[in-house]
Design a protein. Structure first.
Length: 207
């Protein structure tokens, strides 16, 4: 009987310790670090690199067949008449042509209220991320929006006080890819730091 009681005490002790371990956070867990939200993590270069969009950005169905990934960015800004402004938009796609050719094309999508060249108002910066050369572009002005897409032709809509942030990623074997975020200047300004953090946080897939 003594042996039975001894065994029961050992079993009870093991169960108690197991319950304590189950209730205790893992030593490897990082308190306060939430798991990436579903739908915010996306890839470029055929899955070669991974990025995570800022919180609040919603991945949506691309409006154009050449766009690989698209996000809608909510805006709280109001138009001059008090009405709502369009949401911000970020598109991700492969980039044909050189870095300079794409930047020049984007310059051509903007005009300036004072009539000066858009190139004089824009800024560019080169950084290295995950072994890739990345060119960051910041363009303000009146945006000539093409609702049907950049190559669809047709009528354009002028959108004053807009801003574009873009990143051209030179991946090497997989060619160039760009992330282009544009919308009302107030919206883009609010999310500018998040966009840069997203780009600088790009990692090679599997890491």
């Amino acid at each position: 009987m003594a042996k039975v009681n001894s065994v029961l005490r050992i079993v009870a002790t093991c169960l108690s310790v197991g319950a304590m371990l189950a209730a205790t956070p893992s030593a490897n867990a990082q308190p306060g670090l939430a798991a990436p939200a579903a739908g915010r993590v996306f890839s470029v270069a055929r899955g070669g690199f991974s990025l995570e969009a800022p919180a609040g950005w919603e991945q949506v169905q691309p409006k154009s067949g050449i766009v690989e990934t698209e996000f809608s960015i909510p805006t709280e800004a109001k138009a001059a008449d008090g009405g709502p402004l369009p949401a911000g938009r970020m598109t991700v796609m492969g980039a044909g042509g050189t870095v300079e050719a794409n930047i020049d094309r984007w310059y051509g999508q903007f005009t300036q209220p004072d009539g000066k060249p858009t190139k004089d108002k824009a800024t560019t910066k080169k950084i290295d991320v995950a072994g890739c050369k990345v060119t960051l572009v910041d363009i303000p002005g009146t945006y000539k929006d093409s609702p049907g897409g950049p190559f669809a032709g047709g009528q354009t809509v002028e959108r004053p006080d807009y801003r574009m942030l873009a990143a051209i990623v030179e991946t090497g074997d997989q060619g160039n890819h760009f992330l282009k975020f544009y919308g009302p200047a107030a919206t883009v300004g609010k999310h500018a730091a998040g966009f840069q953090k997203m780009v600088e946080g790009m990692v090679k897939a599997g890491k």
